[in-house]
Design a protein. Structure first.
Length: 335
């Protein structure tokens, strides 16, 4: 007979000690199997005892072909109706009854905590019901924490993007203001030249012969002067075509002095219209910049509230990936 057999027959005390140690290690193994259980040993021991007695706590979310396993850092793009909206800062963050996650939690809680047989009112039955309620409450808080942290991150990103947009519209408004100043100065300069030319026109124009060559020179002068003014931006490009065809009030038979006066008057009127257009564009840019700035400030306030809520519930985040039932019609929330 071997030494082990003799020891088992004659000295059963070590065998009993080893057996007791083995039994004592089973709850420890079940507790340490999940990193999340280390944070709350008492709760993990209660769940382990319930598991050993014969009422396992798994199956809170039965995996199916349409389920998705997502970590809280990569939570799905759907935000059910129970998720906190922008104008209700986390006051009603409890999942809705129509939420598939809440429906699964309620169904599992009902299944786990439902009385079964004559032992439903016994002490073990009450113990299992209390354990099921604790698991349901813990799961609900974990889901709310996952949603809150994900929402805080998305609102923070949306606030950053809104800040970039607000800066862009601010730069656009400043550039529009610069254009208003430039067009106003150009209009004032053209108006001053026109006034000086009108003051000099009272002395009349020199007499010239009326010959075909003279009229050809006048027409050539008009075309060159209008083209030069259009290249400087004092006249629209359509004025060149009008001058070439004799439309829009352009008369090639006038004396060059009179033609210059007409060109300066048309340039002053055109630059005044350009200044008014720039002024209207500057007003629109100012309005857009203010709207973008208000949106950015609103998102910043929402991000502060969401960050505070996420900080308060971050300790409730599960250490393991959460298995979530896929919604039939996911609704994407646009920040």
């Amino acid at each position: 007979m071997s030494m082990v057999a003799e020891m088992l027959l004659h000295e059963p005390a070590p065998v009993a000690i080893w057996g007791a140690l083995w039994l004592a290690t089973i709850p420890a193994v079940l507790v340490l199997a999940s990193p999340a259980s280390v944070h709350n040993l008492g709760r993990a021991l209660i769940d382990a005892c319930a598991f050993l007695i014969g009422r396992p706590a798994d199956g809170l979310f039965a995996a199916s072909a349409g389920d998705e396993t997502l970590a809280y850092a990569a939570f799905g793009a759907e935000f059910p109706a129970g998720f906190p909206a922008e104008d209700e800062p986390f006051g009603n963050a409890v999942p809705d009854a129509t939420d598939p996650i809440s429906a699964d939690v309620a169904a599992v809680s009902e299944r786990v905590s439902a009385p079964m047989g004559p032992a439903a009112g016994s002490a073990p039955g009450r113990f299992f019901r209390r354990a099921a309620k604790r698991r349901e409450e813990r799961l609900r808080r974990e889901i709310e924490a996952v949603r809150g942290v994900r929402y805080a991150e998305e609102v923070r990103v949306a606030a950053d993007q809104a800040g970039y947009v607000a800066d862009h519209w601010q730069e656009h408004w400043e550039a529009a203001g610069v254009r208003v100043d430039a067009t106003f100065r150009a209009w004032q300069a053209a108006d001053s030249r026109m006034r000086r030319s009108r003051a000099a026109a009272v002395f009349g124009t020199p007499a010239t012969g009326q010959s075909p060559a003279e009229y050809a020179d006048r027409e050539r002068f008009l075309h060159l002067a209008v083209r030069a003014a259009a290249e400087r931006g004092e006249l629209p490009t359509s004025a060149v075509a009008d001058a070439l065809t004799g439309r829009g009030g352009w008369d090639a038979r006038l004396h060059p002095v009179d033609q210059e006066l007409v060109i300066q008057g048309a340039a002053a009127a055109h630059l005044e219209a350009v200044w008014k257009q720039a002024l209207e564009a500057e007003k629109l840019a100012w309005r857009d910049a203010q709207v973008a700035r208000r949106d950015w400030q609103r998102l910043c306030q929402e991000a502060i509230l969401a960050s505070a809520y996420a900080t308060a519930v971050r300790h409730l985040l599960p250490a393991e990936p959460v298995k979530l039932a896929q919604a039939a019609h996911p609704v994407a929330r646009v920040a």
